[in-house]
Design a protein around this ligand. Structure first.
Ligand code: IPM
Ligand code: MG
Length: 356
């Protein structure tokens, strides 16, 4: 029987609640489809930091490095300096584990979830590949004359040929594997950020190796417009880090909100990290009102990555069945108690699994 070691960090705010529901579903899938998930739970997050001064100790980090996958509920806490915990946990994992792909599917599961008039599930089905280790997130920043009227603050976007190429190549491979529109759109801001010329050239060169894949290009501002106006134009899109961060929140709204959007931080073949896109939503924490659907779908992405494709598909189908059955009123906060949604997905999973 295949067995996987998973590091689980529930994290801050609503993170632990939605993680619990995800793990309920993952465990059930393991049971039904005959594999084993061995979870190691870590207490890291803002509460733990405030209590112990510890963010992500080296010993734990090294353990995680040796696992099959990691799962994160959410992090962020207004009591801490902006970015401190995010950089200590999420950025640390992305950078030190070299998780260079941030895979963000934007898929509308049911028409009534979409805020756009007249758009159906056929119109909203794309995957954004966000380059995940470079750009504005590379950490090259500094200040001088801090606090004085002469203060200067800089942050350099960093792009390497290798970093750009591996993201672009991943996108082309994915478009081929998906076999839908067989199209990759490059989203950048090369008309203003001149360093994006590296993206333009790399994209064009890699594209010559994939004559079966159509290429498109959109500047990020226009891409935001198309995402709303004609989301059906996208299949696979690849984009630098910061642009990917922004457009995937927009995409999340198009697919029904932060309560449904999931993601994977991936280094193919190595330990990779799965998480819902939403934040920790401190004001909803501990109230059992957050939607666990995004977290559950992140669990499905994790199983897919681990090679448990049937189990992953079954979880996704369970969520789809539930959404379309209209028993699930929605994925907005407070639509249902968090644990009840987990139970509903579980019940649906058993029905789906019986048919596999
Ligand atoms: C995301 C988040 C993070 C990011 C934050 C928490 C640093 O917004 O995963 O999209 O900007 O990458
Ligand atoms: Mg974001």
């Amino acid at each position: 029987m295949s067995a996987y070691d998973i590091a689980v960090i529930g994290g801050d705010g609503i993170g632990p609640e939605v993680t619990r529901e995800c793990m309920k579903v993952v465990d059930a899938a393991a049971d039904v489809f005959g594999f084993q998930v061995r979870r190691t739970e870590y207490p890291f997050g803002s509460e733990h930091f405030l209590a112990t001064g510890e963010i992500f100790p080296d010993a734990a980090f090294e353990e995680v490095r040796g696992m099959s996958a990691a799962y994160l509920g959410a992090i962020g806490d207004p009591r801490l300096p902006v970015g401190q915990i995010e950089f200590g946990i999420i950025a640390k994992m992305r950078f030190e584990l070299d998780l260079y792909i941030n895979l963000r599917p934007i898929k509308l599961y049911d028409e009534r979830l979409c805020p756009l008039k007249g758009k159906t599930p056929e119109d909203v089905d794309m995957i954004i590949i966000r380059e995940n280790t470079e750009g504005a997130y590379a950490g090259m920043h500094g200040f001088c004359h801090k606090g004085s009227p002469l203060e200067v603050a800089t942050q350099t976007m960093v792009y390497t040929r290798e970093g750009v190429e591996r993201a672009v190549r991943f996108a082309f491979e994915l478009a081929r594997e998906r076999n839908k529109k067989k199209q990759v759109t490059l989203i950048d801001k090369a008309n203003a950020v001149r360093a994006h010329d590296l993206w333009t050239r790399t994209f064009a060169e890699v594209a010559t190796e994939y004559p079966d894949i159509k290429t498109e290009h959109a500047y990020i501002d226009a891409a935001c417009m198309w995402m709303i106006k004609n989301p059906e134009w996208f299949d696979v899109a690849v984009t630098p880090n910061l642009m990917g961060d922004i457009i995937t929140d927009l995409g999340a709204m198009v697919q029904g909100g932060m309560g449904i959007a999931a993601s994977g931080n991936i280094h193919p073949g190595r330990v990779s990290l799965f998480e819902p896109i939403h934040g920790s939503a401190p004001k909803h924490a501990g109230k059992n009102v957050a939607s666990p659907v995004a977290a559950i779908l992140a669990g499905s992405m994790m199983l897919d990555y681990l090679g448990q494709k049937t189990a992953a598909k079954a979880i996704e189908s369970a969520v789809i069945e539930l959404l379309r059955s209209e028993r699930l009123k929605g994925v907005s906060t407070g639509a249902h108690p968090t644990n009840e949604v987990g139970d509903m997905v579980l019940a649906e999973l058993r029905t789906v699994a019986a048919k596999v």
